[in-house]
Design a protein around this ligand. Structure first.
Ligand SMILES: Cc1cc2nc3c(=O)[nH]c(=O)nc-3n(C[C@H](O)[C@H](O)[C@H](O)COP(=O)(O)O)c2cc1C
Length: 441
């Protein structure tokens, strides 16, 4: 059972150009180019901080997704966006995705280290192994590595990154102008890493970052993904449509963390919820209807077919979801977490394809209703030990974040579930994570 006195963690996920819902770009007011302007992100950052959200999260597929030019489905570079937002905020955590398959550890450690310095300890890295085969085409035409190889590389990748973050001892910087001693050479170490995938000498070219290490987020749900997260992640995002599945997942992750010699309370599990809010239930349903009508079922079917690995032609709207056509998880190239959550939902509820689409939520649990109704679900999940907090998917940008901050947060605050202010300076401390031990000499 979770300690209900501790406030829940709240993060908002900013993704897919103009909102999580595929119809967002057509249903929303405002210019379609808003997602490539600084104003929208500055508004989001200031608003989310006014709502005392722990973090803003920028997902990233690196490349344009398969929908190509159908809608704004690519994204700007997360770290540069976060740097923009850093200048407009003081407390909120700024988290971005970067791939362990399609980047290199030194470059990544330096980039997120820089962000941690410039935010004074508010940076987070969502380490993804990248489950989208098309990304390979952007990186020298290499073949997309298989699932096992991606995670083998991811494990070594994170080891190297953390070694680099530890390459300056906390007391390495002396800054003695009179004596002419800038830093102690005995407290700054090359890492001399030689492994299966990487050879990296180190150290990083700047002093230890304010958090010791930026907070590591992870979202893999396959056995390899879970093991990776249990070893290295501070925060774990997950797609869970059903309460039982979410409880099992959190228990499993806590157990795995314990097996790796970690304190289970040192990891935080945040299921995603696509929030479609209205001041009445009818208003929320109207918001969803408008989004659905803006896009039609075609693109949603295509996305669903990719998420679960069933050809789109085999999906008939008013027929039961074709479970018998699912291949083995082991042979599936995409993200296993989304797939399992959706398939479990379809099987447990006996949904037709149309019903599954109605609850699809872009891959996450979807709650359509008033702030009180959403708060009820969040409270129940927290109480049941299914979550340490939530990663709220924003349906339409930026109006969805305005609704979360103006309508949902006050309800959660009134119930004593979320913070009224930031208690600490760093993201790590605000999330209730243990300190990172200072690098050894
Ligand atoms: C909340 C959430 C956010 C995610 N964000 C990204 C992302 O930004 N980029 C990405 O390539 N994959 C993202 N993923 C996908 C996972 O990282 C994906 O599960 C992984 O690539 C494949 O791991 P798995 O097969 O172990 O599930 C996200 C998943 C979740 C649940």
């Amino acid at each position: 059972m979770k300690n209900v006195d501790s406030p829940m963690i709240l993060s908002a996920s900013v993704m897919h150009g103009l909102g999580m819902h595929l119809g967002a770009w057509r249903a929303r007011d405002g210019d379609v180019t808003d997602y490539i302007t600084p104003e929208m992100y500055l508004h989001i950052a200031r608003k989310a901080e006014a709502g005392k959200l722990h973090a803003l999260f920028f997902a990233d597929a690196t490349s344009n997704s398969e929908e190509g030019t159908d809608r704004p489905c690519g994204a700007l570079d997360p770290v540069i966006l976060l740097a923009l937002m850093a200048g407009a905020t003081r407390r909120i955590g700024l988290v971005g995705t970067a791939s362990t398959t399609y980047s290199t550890p030194y470059d990544l450690a330096r980039r997120f280290g820089t962000l941690d310095h410039l935010t004074r300890g508010r940076a987070g890295w969502n380490a993804v192994a990248t489950g989208i085969p098309a990304v390979a085409a952007q990186f020298g035409g290499v073949d997309h590595p298989n699932h096992g190889d991606r995670y083998a590389r991811a494990n070594e990748f994170v080891e190297v990154v953390t070694k680099l973050w530890d390459s300056w001892g906390a007391d390495a910087l002396v800054g003695d102008k009179e004596a002419g001693v800038f830093a102690r050479p005995d407290r700054v170490h090359a890492i001399d890493h030689v492994g299966e995938f990487f050879q990296v000498r180190g150290p990083l070219p700047f002093p230890r970052v304010p958090q010791g290490r930026p907070v590591i987020f992870q979202a893999g749900a396959s056995p390899e993904g879970r093991d990776h997260a249990a070893r290295y992640a501070d925060v774990i995002f997950t797609a869970q449509h059903l309460l039982d599945g979410a409880i099992d997942f959190r228990n499993d992750m806590r157990m795995r963390a314990h097996d790796h010699g970690r304190d289970p309370n040192g990891i935080k599990v945040l299921p995603g919820i696509l929030a479609i809010l209205g001041s009445t239930e009818a208003e929320a349903q109207a918001r969803l209807r408008k989004l659905n009508e803006a896009i039609g079922t075609g693109p949603e079917m295509l996305k669903l077919s990719r998420r679960v690995g069933v050809p789109v032609d085999a999906l008939e709207l008013d027929k039961p979801f074709p479970v018998h056509l699912l291949g083995r998880d082991e042979d599936f190239a995409g993200a296993i977490g989304f797939r399992r959550s959706l398939v479990n939902l379809a099987v447990k509820k006996g949904y037709t394809v149309r019903e599954l689409l109605a609850h699809y939520g872009g891959g996450h649990q979807q709650v359509v209703g008033t702030p009180e109704q959403l708060a009820d679900v969040m409270q129940a999940w927290l109480r049941a030990g299914a979550a340490d907090g939530f990663n709220l998917m924003v349906d339409i940008l930026p109006s969805g974040i305005d609704l979360i901050v103006d309508e949902l947060v006050p309800v959660l605050q009134k119930r004593g579930l979320v913070q009224h202010d930031y208690a600490h300076e760093t993201l790590r401390a605000n999330l209730g994570l243990p300190d990172v031990a200072s690098a050894k000499a």
